[in-house]
Ligand binder design. Structure first.
Ligand code: COA
Length: 558
């Protein structure tokens, strides 16, 4: 079928559906929700059999849904109607939630139901639920709905329902004097990553994001108890909550201590044992060891890795290589493995060009440390999504095991034609061939985990459920392999041979020469693209590589 996506943006859920449906032989094209007239034009040019709206913030124009079947992906259970569906469910701590695929009609989310899928609702950030449970349920429900539509003999049923009001900041407001940690966490989780909760810090208005529970520390309710690296600890009625990120009025979402330099005055609350700590508390880098394997986790908000984070992770990695292990697993975070350099901290710097340069060098240092590790086999366990430099940072490890369901974007050009570094010119071509490397970089399209393995870019795709357990088992097997010393020797020999052919320093210098041009050169595309990305500027057109119906050689089907 020809399927047209109407969507607010090409977010990870939309990317996943795009890949799943394309992989099943459907012809897809995408139009961003820019204006009704643009949507109508897209339908006229593409002549779709079916329209799907994976992520839409406005209604589909009546001129379209009255003539074409339009399926809306609603992040709520059957009968739930209206905006803020997931926000309400998380804030009210409901036990089960779901996704419904329903047909667009005049009344919002009230059309006949084509398919639905449910899940149990974790106590986690909205963005995390969206990228995991909602995405998996949406894939299931959309694939079912598409099959039913194709069968031409399914009659969708109209279900009774109740519309809820959009959630307002007044519904989200936190009373720090009287609310418990559980209640504060539920509210902050329900508002993450957007819009956050309007509040104040140091007497100044801001929006709060990225809450972490704290098990041991307490203080006078509402007071700021201290800081750790980039987070600030605030007391609740019965405990305390770490605030990782804030957005000051008119500013960007930033690590809390960067947004508020006043936090310097707060007492530093270091972890008792640097990389190992009893949870729960705020700890973005954590290390544990079992059966000859070291597991290094790095839970960086949104997968963005600032200069300081890259340096601290590098320090932790070097420390881990000195441990008596033979395998190191780089676990990344729950939702993202890495999305490369931190575009927000770069944007907020006095000189974004200088900060871009410092950040890319810091992430390259980390990639180089992984590539040059001689004492352990390294595994990148990509459980969360990865984008741009993050995909190549993972490839710096000897093995990359990726969770089935993770979305990958191993290319840079979407960020203002960025050339990219992280040794991609060394790491990608041997895996996929020079033409394959060029195609991946040029097409700028997302890649599923099975596709990454099929292309040879990554090594193994492991089932979503039980990924962490599977990784631990495989890593333990690797460490226990009778030929582990021979494998390490072979790794050292391969690195030495590669170094003799062309030193890593040369790859790095060549990539950085291009990056220097991106950061400091005459063409400002990267700076413009970064500004729009971090500001979440509305799209004013759909990129040509997504809107197939706008290709110059596109022939309107008859
Ligand atoms: N730096 C700072 N913030 C980043 C980031 C980065 N490198 N990558 C993602 N984010 C933020 C987004 O701004 C968004 O912020 P929000 O919490 O305010 O909404 C959040 O992470 C989620 O990103 P989103 O684009 O909604 O996630 P997605 O899963 O739909 O898409 C990507 C994933 C990777 C395609 C997309 O985030 C992206 O293109 N990121 C930029 C990658 C990049 O160019 N890195 C620099 C070159 S190495």
């Amino acid at each position: 079928m020809r399927i047209l996506f109407f969507t607010h943006s090409f977010n990870s859920l939309t990317q996943r559906l795009f890949c799943e449906l394309s992989g099943r032989g459907h012809q897809l094209s995408i139009e961003f929700d820019i204006a009704d007239s643009v949507a109508v034009e897209a339908v006229e040019r593409f002549r779709p059999d079916l329209i799907i709206a994976p992520f839409l913030k406005r209604a589909i124009p009546g001129a379209i849904w009255s003539r074409h079947c339009c399926l809306i992906v609603h992040p709520g259970i059957v009968g739930d109607r209206g905006p803020s569906a997931l926000d309400w469910a998380i804030q009210n701590s409901v036990a089960n939630w779901g996704v419904t695929v329903l047909q667009a009609e005049a009344e919002m989310d009230a059309g006949p139901v084509w398919a639905a899928a449910n899940f149990s609702l974790r106590a986690a950030k909205k963005s995390s639920i969206y990228r995991n449970e909602v995405t998996e349920a949406a894939v299931k429900a959309v694939l079912t709905a598409v099959e039913r539509f194709a069968s031409q003999n399914f009659v969708p049923e109209r279900m009774p329902g109740q519309a809820h009001a959009p959630i307002k900041q007044s519904d989200r407001a936190i009373d720090w004097q009287h609310e418990t940690t559980a209640s504060v966490l539920a509210k902050l989780n329900a508002a993450d990553g957007l819009p956050g909760i309007a509040g104040e810090l140091f007497g100044q208005p801001c929006h709060l994001f990225d809450a972490w529970p704290e098990a041991r520390l307490k203080g006078a309710p509402g007071s700021l108890l201290g800081r750790r690296e980039t987070a600030i600890l605030r007391a609740t009625a019965d405990g305390a909550v770490w605030l990782g990120h804030v957005r000051r009025t008119g500013g960007l979402k930033l690590p809390a201590t960067l947004a508020f330099p006043e936090a310097d005055e707060l007492p530093e609350l270091p972890l008792a044992d640097c990389w190992k700590a009893p949870a729960p508390t705020w700890q973005d880098i954590a290390y544990e060891e079992a059966g000859g394997v070291g597991f290094l986790s790095f839970e960086f908000y949104n997968g963005a890795m600032s200069t300081a984070q890259c340096r601290r992770l590098g320090e932790a990695f070097r420390w881990a290589t000195a441990r008596p292990t033979t395998v190191i697993v780089l676990r990344g975070g729950g939702d993202f493995w890495s999305n490369g350099i931190h575009l927000n901290t770069i944007e907020a710097a006095d000189s974004p060009a200088d900060e871009s340069w410092a950040n890319i060098n810091a992430i390259d240092d980390l990639a180089e440390a992984i590539l040059r590790c001689e004492t352990q086999l390294t595994v990148a366990a990509v459980g969360g999504n990865a984008g741009a430099g993050g995909c190549f940072l993972a490839r710096a490890a000897d093995f990359v095991w990726v969770r089935d369901g993770a979305m990958l974007n191993p290319h840079y050009k979407n960020m203002g034609n960025l050339y990219g570094s992280e040794f991609w010119t060394y790491l990608l071509p041997p895996r996929v061939g020079p033409d394959g490397a060029q195609a991946i970089m040029r097409h700028r399209l997302p890649m599923t985990a099975p596709e990454a393995v099929r292309l040879g870019f990554y090594d193994a795709c492991l089932p979503g459920p039980g990924f962490a357990v599977d990784v631990a088992r495989r890593a333990a097997e690797l460490a226990a392999a009778p030929d582990i010393e021979a494998q390490l020797a072979a790794k050292r020999a391969k690195r030495a041979a590669d170094e003799a052919t062309k030193p890593l320093a040369d790859y790095r210098a060549e990539e950085l020469q291009e990056m220097r041009r991106n950061f400091y050169g005459f063409d400002p595309s990267y700076h413009v693209a970064r500004y729009h990305f971090v500001s979440h500027s509305p799209h004013s057109w759909t990129p040509r590589h997504l809107a197939r119906h706008r290709d110059l050689d596109w022939k309107v089907p008859t």
